[in-house]
Write a protein that binds this ligand. Structure first.
Ligand SMILES: [Fe+2]
Length: 266
């Protein structure tokens, strides 16, 4: 299945706070997010769109989303957001402008949509579950059926965007409480359509990770704010503060997926 070449810059987990001074484990995420946006906007290469795989803000209040809006509205490239466990779908819709899309769930408290760019179909899932299961995710059963139908009927290759990893990532504490509870069901849908599926792109894990299972590619991106250790035997969250301001540049071209880290000057 051929397609035109498409590029997107994958960012995630900016955790913008309620005030400009807010520190996320010692990091001023508002200042750092503004810097990230500036660097993306002046990059010598223009991707087709930016993908933000969630945790745009740290606490999902109107104040936080107002600040996120201030940071992201400077961007001159279309951007698409995914609902994270620290976010709120209603506020994302209310405050943040996205590129053209088609909503797959019309309720305001879910952010489940699709869009096409350069003969590629992209589906953004909303796996934010009820507060009781946080920080695990859950995809509504009816959304899984819609995803299956969209992939089956798509004439273009499909990529999936979601905040949480759908399958285990071989890091003890995350595998216990950071995955999508019914992520295996999504994986099974993707396997059935693997010739059409180009990849699943996610955040939440605050580090770079690439996985390949049953011929399905899963790619997680670093946060750029604060990284988590993904060493296999980590039983609790260990994180790093001294990290790069980085993103992933993803290219999908004629069945090939090329992911390059882009590290910005501080
Ligand atoms: Fe998260």
């Amino acid at each position: 299945m051929d397609n035109k070449k498409v590029y997107f810059l994958h960012i995630s987990d900016t955790h913008v706070g309620e005030t400009e001074e807010f520190l996320y484990h010692g990091v001023n995420t508002f200042a750092r997010t503004k810097k990230l946006i500036e660097r993306i906007d002046t990059l010598q290469f223009r991707p087709d769109f930016i993908l933000h795989t969630g945790d745009i803000v740290d606490n999902p209040s109107h104040k936080s989303f107002q600040l996120a809006k201030e940071a992201f509205q400077k961007l001159r490239i279309p951007i698409y957001y995914v609902n994270g466990n620290h976010d709120d779908a209603f506020c994302i819709n209310e405050y943040l402008k996205m590129g053209p899309k088609v909503d797959l769930d019309l309720s305001k408290d879910k952010l489940f949509y699709k869009f096409e760019t350069n003969e590629n179909l992209f589906i953004a899932l909303d796996a934010r579950g009820p507060d009781e299961i946080d920080p695990e995710g859950l995809i509504p059963e009816e959304h899984l059926q819609i995803v299956e139908n969209e992939i089956t009927t798509s004439k273009f290759p499909v990529s999936i965007f979601v905040h949480f990893p759908p399958i285990n990532i071989d890091t003890q504490w995350m595998d216990k409480k950071m995955l999508i509870q019914n992520g295996k069901k999504l994986h099974e849908i993707l396997i059935k359509n693997k010739s059409k599926v180009r990849g699943v792109f996610f955040g939440h894990v605050h580090n770079n990770i690439t996985m390949f299972k049953d011929e399905i590619l899963y790619s997680g991106v670093a946060s750029g704010m604060r990284q988590f250790s993904l060493l296999p035997n980590r039983e609790v969250n260990v994180s790093y503060i001294d990290i790069n301001l980085e993103t992933d540049l993803v290219c999908i071209d004629d069945g090939q997926i090329i992911i390059k880290q882009v590290i910005f000057d501080e």
